[in-house]
Design a protein around this ligand. Structure first.
Ligand SMILES: Cc1cc2nc3c(=O)[nH]c(=O)nc-3n(C[C@H](O)[C@H](O)[C@H](O)COP(=O)(O)O)c2cc1C
Length: 220
């Protein structure tokens, strides 16, 4: 089982949110022995901002920007499960994580991460945090990932969050192992696919790469 853990905190291994990720990984390891966990600290990578040039839609996932994003997107496609983690920065994910997600729009247009499971983690200094989990869930489900759950809270609750993150990791591993399906999410994905079918069909000359992917999938 391949697990990809992406941390949006700039604080590396000192990050509270990253520590929750490690707890989640230990929960996964308690359920599944044959597991490989890849950690990505976005702050250590060069992640340019999306310029909206549209190239990745025309030539699927090809981006003219020269940085470290392509291998991360590749790892996302290879993983069985993806965990996204971010501290709350001014009521949202960090700029580091948002910059990565902005670079992945074909994942959403083509639900390219279908068949995978996912989870998310967030910590705040004391203010609201649930909206970050909601946002990350929405992102993952938009990409076709079935969302197993999330853990978030203020750092004052860190000890109990560690336990919750460990339990979340175990649930995630069970979901991957048991191919657990979430019918409400699958039907939301189907509706979204219906919407994008119209978009992709109307732009088939322009967004050739995405159109070809849709054709290969037999969705169009
Ligand atoms: C630039 C910045 C913005 C922040 N914004 C918020 C916020 O909007 N609400 C909040 O409760 N905490 C906020 N915090 C506190 C962090 O969310 C909190 O310390 C978090 O646990 C840090 O996570 P990390 O250790 O994983 O980096 C902010 C911290 C920084 C540095």
């Amino acid at each position: 089982m391949k697990i990809l853990c992406i941390s949006g905190s700039p604080r590396g291994k000192r990050s509270n949110t990253f520590k929750l990720m490690e707890e989640a990984a230990s929960g996964i390891a308690a359920v599944e022995r044959d597991v490989s966990v890849e950690y990505v600290h976005l702050a250590n990578l060069k992640v340019e901002f999306c310029t909206g040039c549209d190239t990745c839609h025309r030539k699927l996932l090809f981006c003219p920007l020269k940085d470290d994003v392509a291998p991360v997107l590749h790892s996302m496609r290879e993983a069985d499960a993806i965990i996204l983690a971010s501290p709350v920065y001014i009521n949202h994910v960090t700029a580091q994580l948002k910059a990565l997600l902005d670079r992945s729009s074909p994942f959403i247009h083509c639900q390219m991460l279908a068949g995978k499971h996912g989870a998310s983690l967030a910590t705040s200094g004391g203010g609201p945090h649930a909206m970050v989990l909601d946002y990350l869930k929405e992102y993952l489900v938009s990409c076709g990932v079935q969302y197993v759950g999330g853990v978030s809270g203020p750092v004052s609750r860190f000890d109990s969050m560690k336990e919750e993150a460990k339990a979340l990791g175990a649930d995630l591993a069970k979901a991957v192992k048991g191919h657990i399906a979430y019918p409400d999410q699958l039907s939301a994905m189907e509706k979204r696919r219906e919407f994008f079918k119209g978009v992709i069909a109307s732009r088939k000359e322009e967004w050739k790469g995405e159109y070809e992917y849709w054709k290969e999938k037999g969705w169009i």
